[in-house]
Structures are given as C-alpha cells and as structure tokens.
Write a protein that binds this ligand. Structure first.
Ligand code: SF4
Length: 240
C-alpha cells in the first residue's frame, strides 16, 4: 500500500482560485457537512469505515451500536469469534471478509500499538482491510490530520469539475492535493460527499438546482470535460 502520493506540480493560480470558489460555495451550501458514520473515538470510526465498503452509511449506523456495545475495545475485537461478529454485521454485505478484517485489526492494534489506533497514515495502512481511503477518514475525523477521502462521490465530482481525469483514487487524491491547501482537505471531502449524495448524483445529476453549475464544466450533462487536444504539427492544406 503506497504511503506517499504520486508527485504533482502545484496547480496554476487560476485553477486554484476557481477550485477555491467551488469549495467556498459548497461550504455555504453544506455548513453542517460532516462524517455521516456514527462513532465515538478512532477505533469506532476505523471499524465503521471498514464496514462502509460497498454499503451505505445509514446501514452501517444500524449495526454499529450493537457491535460497539459488545466489543468496546481493540482487545475485545482481537478476542472475538469472527462468526459472532459476522452475525452482527451480516446486513452490511461482504460480512465474512469484513469480520476477518475487524478482528484482524483488533489483533494488530493489540500486538503492535498497545491497543490504540495509530495516528499516522503509514501505520494505519498496515492494518488488515485498511487502505488510504479508510486511513484518511480516520486521520481527518479522529486525529485532526488533513486527509482527502477519495470515495466514489469524490472521484466522480472531481472528474466532473475538471479537477482530475484519473480514475485511480490515489491519482485523484494527488490531483486534489495539488489544487487545495491541506487545511481544506478533510472538509472538502465531506462537502463533495454531501453534494454527491444530494445533488450531483451518479446517474442523473440535478444540475438545474446545483449551486456550482456556473463553475462546472459538466453542467447539464454530467459528462466530465473532454481532454484538451494538443495542437499537432502544422501541415499544408494539401498535406504536403
Ligand atoms: S453542475 Fe451538474 S455535474 Fe456539475 S457539480 Fe453540479 S450537479 Fe454535478
């Protein structure tokens, strides 16, 4: 799992200014943007984020109260019978692999981190089932360390807004990191996720009521802007 982002040149002042305008309008539109996974503390957020893979936050929030009541600490998850965990989290999908990841995380935290969730990306991504996306959620929301969370909404919106052409989440993260100052990363992620869930839908974006439509190159279509063509070598009209 890479712990450093691909290198990018800092975006031009014009692009950064335009991106900042979008971020500012989203901040006005969603002043209460926040992580929608219910949690108390880094361990619960880490577990909830693992459960949120291929599942809605609302569904995760239905199962976590019972899960956290039964397993309040990393040591409790470490000692858990995976089949008991599976029963509790079954409705979130992929429950076998998620139960294995959660109990594995508990064991790794006990064995290597004194039962505490570490606050560094390079440590978090060594835990079972934890990639950069999950690590950035935990860093940004439980430790106050800036992190860009590239989930399906953030990737889609970043492409529609012309901030990236990449599909790979790590490449998207690097493009956004070149466009925004670190102090904006965590809240920008929340605002984009809020906007993706409420207006800029995957199939039919509601561009007609979108507050950033005048700044969006995909307005009206939801199609990301076509790549600009580089001018080729000049040839005469006859091709000579
Ligand atoms: S204008 Fe349309 S495509 Fe652009 S951000 Fe708004 S809803 Fe999404």
């Amino acid at each position: 799992m890479p712990t450093s982002l691909p290198r990018r040149r800092r975006a031009s002042p014009v692009r950064r200014e335009r991106a900042a305008q979008v971020n500012g309008l989203l901040a006005e539109t969603y002043p209460d943007a926040h992580c929608e996974l219910d949690h108390e503390g880094p361990l619960q957020l880490l577990v909830a984020t693992v459960l949120s893979a291929q599942c809605t936050d609302a569904r995760v929030n239905l199962v976590t109260p019972a899960l956290f009541a039964r397993y309040p600490s990393a040591a409790d998850f470490a000692a858990a019978d995976p089949e008991d965990v599976e029963e509790i989290i079954r409705s979130t999908g992929f429950f076998r692999s998620k139960a294995a990841a959660i109990t594995g995380i508990g064991q790794a935290l006990v064995e290597r981190y004194g039962g505490e969730v570490p606050g560094r990306l390079e440590d978090l991504v060594t835990l079972p089932g934890v990639g950069r996306k999950t690590a950035n959620v935990v860093l940004g929301n439980a430790f106050g360390v800036p992190g860009i969370t590239v989930d399906t909404h953030v990737g889609r919106l970043a492409r529609r807004l012309g901030w990236t052409r990449a599909e790979d989440p790590v490449e998207v993260e690097a493009d956004l990191a070149a466009l925004f100052p670190p102090e904006e990363w965590t809240m920008l992620s929340h605002r984009l996720i809020f906007h993706g869930r409420r207006t800029c839908f995957a199939r039919k974006p509601a561009c007609d009521r979108c507050p950033i439509a005048h700044l969006c190159p995909s307005a009206g279509t939801g199609e990301p802007p076509a790549p600009r063509r580089r001018p080729g070598p000049r040839t005469s009209a006859t091709g000579a």
